[in-house]
Design a protein around this ligand. Structure first.
Ligand code: NI
Ligand code: MN
Length: 274
């Protein structure tokens, strides 16, 4: 998020900095001592996020010296064959649900990176049995403060089992809040009205939404989802990997554009800054 001094954006920025500051105040419990100059300091020191796309629903998000990796499915994805798998780094791996197209590389990457795995209780228990012990189990509705910020597990409408058939608990989405940026990683999900709650309580700077249809919501429902969460910047995921989730990228961009939103479709291996 860049800082803009254009007057037309000023009101929005003011609102934003108040939200950023009240968010930080929540951490330290001094909301009553709100001081605008402190809020200015907060927004002026906003730190950007570096996002790398590894294909399908797998993204690496780096901020504030920490690297998060989402839903690792890289080596079985022919479209991601150019990714330098051995050099992928992560401090945390967040797993939305157990399906193979989200967990295929989880165990090997957990070993390779020594990352802490954030997932449902059931995926945590499955990993422990495989000797992966650096795990943090969570469940829908709960949040936890990590050293990079807050993770809240939110509702996803989807199924969840691991590749060997083990029950994997609830499929979930993640709401990530750092003092600088809030974003939503929806995981695999249908459009559902609980997404309105996400937009109700927090400013969402950007969101990863599935757009491939068939297994998750498609483009039109993702546009509605972006309205529910009140987010203007969407990064598409879960499309084009398989025949059943092929999309027309140009048409997808147009549909978001018509709704006054930006749809970012990253190339696999591409890195961008938000
Ligand atoms: Ni799935
Ligand atoms: Mn999937």
């Amino acid at each position: 998020m860049g800082l803009s001094f254009y007057p037309v954006f000023f009101h929005k920025e003011l609102l934003q900095l108040f939200q950023v500051y009240s968010h930080i105040s929540e951490y330290v419990g001094n909301f009553r001592n709100f001081k605008p100059e402190k809020a200015y300091f907060c927004i002026l020191s906003k730190i950007n996020m570096i996002i790398t796309y590894y294909g399908h629903s797998c993204f690496q998000v780096s901020t504030n010296g920490k690297t998060l990796l989402f839903d690792p499915f890289i080596r079985p994805n022919p479209k991601a064959s150019h990714i330098d798998f051995e050099n992928i780094k992560a401090d945390y791996i967040l797993v939305s649900h157990g399906h193979e197209d989200h967990t295929a590389d989880l165990v090997d990457l957990a070993r390779q990176t020594n990352a802490t795995i954030i997932s449902s209780y059931e995926i945590h228990a499955w990993l422990q049995k495989k000797g992966i012990i650096k795990t943090h189990p969570m469940n829908t509705g709960g949040h936890w403060m990590f050293d990079f910020g807050k993770v809240k597990c939110v509702h996803a409408v989807h199924s969840s089992s691991l590749p060997d058939g083990t029950y994997a608990g609830n499929a979930m989405g993640f709401l990530i809040e750092t003092p600088d940026i809030h974003f939503y990683y929806a995981g695999d999900t249908a459009l559902h009205s609980d997404m309105k709650l996400i937009g109700e309580f927090r400013t969402i700077d950007f969101a990863f939404l599935p757009i491939g249809n068939n297994f998750t919501m498609g483009i039109d429902n993702a546009v509605i989802a972006s309205n529910f969460i009140k987010c203007e910047k969407i990064i598409g995921m879960h499309y084009d990997t398989f025949d059943m989730i092929k999309i027309d990228q140009e048409d997808a961009r147009k549909r978001f554009d018509n709704a006054g939103k930006e749809l970012l479709l990253m190339n696999i291996g591409e890195t961008t800054e938000i």
